[in-house]
Design a protein around this ligand. Structure first.
Ligand code: FES
Length: 185
């Protein structure tokens, strides 16, 4: 463990099912020539870890800090400052829900509300049963002709209504780990 305690907002952080050897191999691509360059690489390294695992655990953050010769405190600060980083694992299923202009006009606010009312989750949160994590994207996901639109487990789902959102989520969760055929999209 590093020398610093995590800030208050990160005390609930999960103590890693992230394979730290994988983190170390990701970090091999980040070889700063000096301290200044190391500082500049911290964000990029965290982004790669976040992308690979879907989040950055406390332990992974410490490995990054060690590799780039900085303090764990500084890395925690970056993780908590930037909304793009997750510090907890995603649920079994992951949905990017578009909340860009076309989707908003098409009713994405109702979908956001439904996720809150029925599924108990808001942006960045995971259902209590660990099945579903949602990330609400305020920029356009680039498929406006299918608005309101989301990407669920990497698959496009468009023309969403509250009913089709619920139905799709129920089906995907009931199907277990993998997305089944038979969807539009
Ligand atoms: S605004 Fe949602 S896909 Fe473009």
């Amino acid at each position: 463990m590093g020398e610093a305690a995590p800030p208050a907002g990160m005390t609930g952080i999960v103590q890693s099912d992230i394979d730290l050897d994988v983190v170390r191999s990701i970090l091999q691509r980040f070889q700063p020539r000096d301290h200044q360059e190391a500082q500049e690489l911290i964000l990029g390294a965290l982004q790669e870890v976040n992308e690979h695992f879907g989040y950055v655990s406390l332990e992974a953050a410490e490995v990054v800090a060690e590799h780039l010769g900085t303090t764990a405190t500084r890395v925690y600060a970056l993780l908590t400052f930037y909304a793009d980083f997750r510090t907890e694992p995603r649920g079994k299923h992951f949905m990017l829900l578009c909340h860009g202009m076309s989707c908003f006009v098409g009713g994405s606010q109702r979908l956001v509300q439904e996720l809150k009312d029925r599924w108990g989750i808001e942006d960045g949160e995971t259902t209590a049963d660990g099945e579903l994590t949602v990330q609400v994207v305020n920029g356009c996901l680039g498929v406006c002709d299918r608005a309101p639109y989301c990407v669920l487990d990497g698959h496009s789902v468009g023309e969403l209504t509250v009913e089709s959102l619920n139905e799709t989520l129920q089906r995907v969760i009931a199907a277990g780990g993998s997305w089944k055929d038979g969807h539009h999209g």
